[in-house]
Design a protein around this ligand. Structure first.
Ligand code: ATP
Ligand code: MG
Length: 348
């Protein structure tokens, strides 16, 4: 059965597109049939697949705004054998306005996908930041979401709004959607701030956090400029290893028995993967309350302090340098500060 996963976050620039493109490519490299949907008018995922804007004649915009537009003519084959793309174009920005009077406008993508989705093993949707009509279309279309969080200042800003939106969709709209996991992106082992944020995320999300950590790597920023994913651009680099590890973890999480493994949420703190927010209890409320102090602890680092922490650089990270931790459990040593060190890190 197809797994449909939206990559979203309230915040911009946290690695949604990079994760969508390279997770989709990683899954395809593992032999799965993958459809990547570019749901952002910036069309960065489209460019990363080597498709230039002037070559996009049909796009997601047409699927969403034209009742008779079938997805098939819009779908483009990518270079990888089992990877396809629904491209975006700048026109997508006007879709929200054009659909304003449309009944059931948040369900259009879900309905259009129904006729083709079973051809694929995975559908990955790259979303814009925030909760727009385009993002709602992705959330209603998908059964799962992955939330990238950048290991930087104000990392957790907005995550409560996103989880609240997921809750509302679950409960009021009766659409089953679960958080597959939260992935820490742009982890920079040179800064103590990055390690501190990762440690906070580990204690906050527990099993909800993917073990794979995506490290900062300039090759990830260069690859889209060449219209490549990381496996095409620099297959031997650490970033390719990171995204392959993430793809394997996503596959593995899908094999788990969600209900048995993850739906028990008695500590009220961890956002567990697969948690059913529509449960008839106050678990979510309890979780949101528990999140607040931790979120504000991270957010209470002021700008000056954040710059100071970021400036405490150990040494430049180089390709071929010792591996950055692939797993949050590996960060217990020098990368992640102990609770005792935490105060020093925060307050100098
Ligand atoms: P937006 O909210 O604008 O859609 P986004 O969340 O999709 O942004 P990306 O576009 O994936 O974020 O990443 C933002 C920038 O950071 C891009 O220039 C990208 O190439 C770069 N980037 C992403 N991940 C990494 C990484 N691990 N190391 C280095 N650069 C990265
Ligand atoms: Mg993006």
């Amino acid at each position: 059965m197809v797994r449909k996963i939206a990559i979203c976050s309230q915040k911009g620039g946290v690695g949604k597109t990079t994760t969508s493109v390279n997770l989709a490519a990683g899954l395809a490299m593992l032999g799965h049939k993958v459809l990547l949907i570019d749901n952002d008018s910036q069309a960065n995922a489209t460019t990363s697949c080597g498709i230039r804007q002037q070559d996009v004649h049909l796009s997601l915009y047409d699927i969403l705004t034209k009742p008779d537009q079938k997805p098939d003519p819009v779908i483009r084959k990518c270079r990888l054998d089992t990877l396809w793309l629904i491209p975006a174009s700048g026109q997508l920005v006007s879709a929200e306005i054009e659909l304003i009077r449309e009944m059931g406008r948040e369900l259009i993508l879900k309905e259009k996908m129904e006729e083709i989705e079973e051809r694929y093993d995975y559908v990955i949707i790259d979303c814009t930041p925030g909760i727009s009509l385009l993002v709602l279309n992705a959330l209603f279309c998908c059964d799962e979401i992955i939330i990238p969080i950048q290991s930087q200042f104000l990392a957790l800003e907005g995550i409560d709004q996103l989880l609240h939106a997921v809750h509302v969709i679950q409960k009021r709209m009766r659409h089953s959607i679960r958080v597959t996991g939260i992935v820490c992106t742009m982890f920079d082992r040179r800064t103590k701030l990055s390690s501190f944020i990762l440690q906070q995320m580990t204690s906050l999300f527990k099993e909800g956090l993917f073990e794979t950590v995506i490290s900062v790597n300039t090759k990830l920023a260069e690859a889209p400029l060449k219209g490549n994913n990381i496996f095409e651009y620099a297959p031997a680099c650490n970033a390719a290893n990171d995204y392959m590890a993430l793809a394997r973890e996503v596959v593995e999480r899908g094999n788990r028995d969600w209900k048995e493994t993850y739906c028990r949420s008695d500590d009220g703190l961890a956002i567990k993967p697969g948690v059913q927010f529509a449960e008839e209890n106050d678990t979510l409320k309890c979780k949101m309350e528990s999140l607040k102090p931790l979120i504000s602890a991270v957010m209470s680092i002021d700008n000056a302090k954040a710059s100071e922490l970021e400036a405490k650089t150990e040494k430049p990270q180089e390709e071929g340098a010792p591996e950055v931790p692939k797993s949050v459990s590996d960060t217990g040593g020098s990368a992640a500060p102990s609770a005792m060190e935490e105060e020093n890190i925060l307050w100098g």
